[in-house]
Design a protein around this ligand. Structure first.
Ligand code: KG4
Ligand code: ZN
Length: 340
């Protein structure tokens, strides 16, 4: 069979990205234009600004992805785009652009689920990895423990019933004055702190051993900061960062290992922006190696938002014959595994 080259576009949040991916496993290019500097000024992503910046940048980003790959639009087999979940205005920029491109070039259009993309980052990095395997997705919008039954087929084992892990990182970072984006800043600051200094809670969700809850942990950090302020005690922010981060990582590892033990699997993957966290990666590596489990974790650039992962997910849809029409719309609340 001929190689299948897919031009993929991602614009669900604050990264404008495009990539060319071959056979779902190899990125010929992976261009990411981040808006982090702009949103940092406001302490978080401003949806309207994100949409405008996507509009300004998408043309150049897609051009560069084709150029870096040494491929013309004529030579690609399909155009893929994230159509949900995400910020509706931001998604619409990518979806509209991809539709225009696919129509003008006479190429098939494939809409991709953003979280499926995160999972598929593992297929780019680990050519030998094939389903089934369990995977923990930890991003800014989602914390989901799933079994990847086959390409594009998922069984949800657990999810967060309130804040996602990434949201907790971002909110706690804001509370201790680190600003946006919180995850990488807590990751760095925690190196200077003692993870055992403050006993923050590890929440369990009644009736569901694989679900997560992080809002109580976030409140515990805020209460701790308030009580220090009332008592006029100095706060060691590095200790807060390290202790908070350990509480998140402990729960993620514990639930994931329980799922592994119950399922009897010997492989485990992680994905999503929070999977770039060094302490989380090290903790999973240790837990998996103690159990003789093969651990898969994409490099940080494939954990945070990018279009190569969307090109990988699109390939597995393409070979199943999935094609979207020009009526493809942005679906801000699309669920994992849902096909529209
Ligand atoms: O997957 P992602 O890039 O976008 C979404 O799909 O949401 O994830 C973004 C999230 C943010 O909450 C960010 O703070 C977090 O990932 N993040 C991290 C790290 N790098 C990014 N969290 C902890 N440690 C990191 N090194
Ligand atoms: Zn993402």
């Amino acid at each position: 069979m001929n190689d299948i080259k897919i031009l993929a576009i991602e614009s669900s949040c604050d990264e404008t990205a495009a990539a060319v991916v071959v056979n779902g496993r190899e990125a010929l290019s992976n261009v990411i234009s981040s808006q982090i500097d702009i949103h940092t000024l406001y302490g978080g992503v401003v949806p309207e600004i994100a949409s405008r910046k996507h509009t300004e940048r998408i043309n150049r980003v897609v051009d560069k992805a084709l150029k870096d790959a040494g491929v013309t639009l004529d030579e690609v087999d399909a155009v893929a785009v994230t159509y949900g979940p995400g910020l509706v205005g931001a998604l619409l920029v990518g979806v509209s652009f991809a539709k225009g491109l696919a129509f003008a070039a006479g190429k098939p259009l494939i809409g991709v689920h953003h979280i499926e993309g995160h999972i598929c980052a593992n297929f780019l990095q680990f050519k030998e990895l094939v389903p089934p395997f369990p995977c923990l997705i930890v991003s800014g919008g989602h914390t989901t423990l799933t079994r990847v039954k086959d390409y594009g087929e998922y069984e949800i084992l657990g999810r967060s019933c309130d804040d996602s892990a990434g949201e907790a990182f971002d909110k706690v970072a804001r509370a201790i004055g680190l600003g946006y984006p919180g995850g990488p800043k807590i990751d760095a600051l925690s190196n200077e702190g003692d993870a055992e200094a403050i006993a923050f809670p590890r929440a369990k969700v009644d009736g569901s051993e694989f679900d997560f809850s992080f809002s109580g942990l976030k409140s515990a950090v805020l209460n701790y900061l308030n009580s220090c302020a009332l008592k006029k005690e100095e706060v060691n922010t590095a200790d807060v960062a390290a202790s908070f981060q350990k509480a998140v990582v402990d729960v993620l590892v514990e639930h994931s290992m329980l799922a592994l033990e119950k399922g009897g699997e010997k492989r485990f993957a992680i994905a999503g922006g929070v999977a770039a966290n060094r302490h989380l990666r090290a903790a999973f590596e240790k837990a998996c190696s103690e159990r003789g489990v093969e651990f898969y974790c994409p490099p940080p650039v494939l954990c945070t938002d990018n279009a190569a992962m969307i090109g990988s997910a699109a390939y597995f849809e393409y070979i199943k014959g999935v094609r979207h029409g020009l009526d493809l719309n942005a679906m801000p609340a699309l669920r994992l595994g849902e096909r529209i």
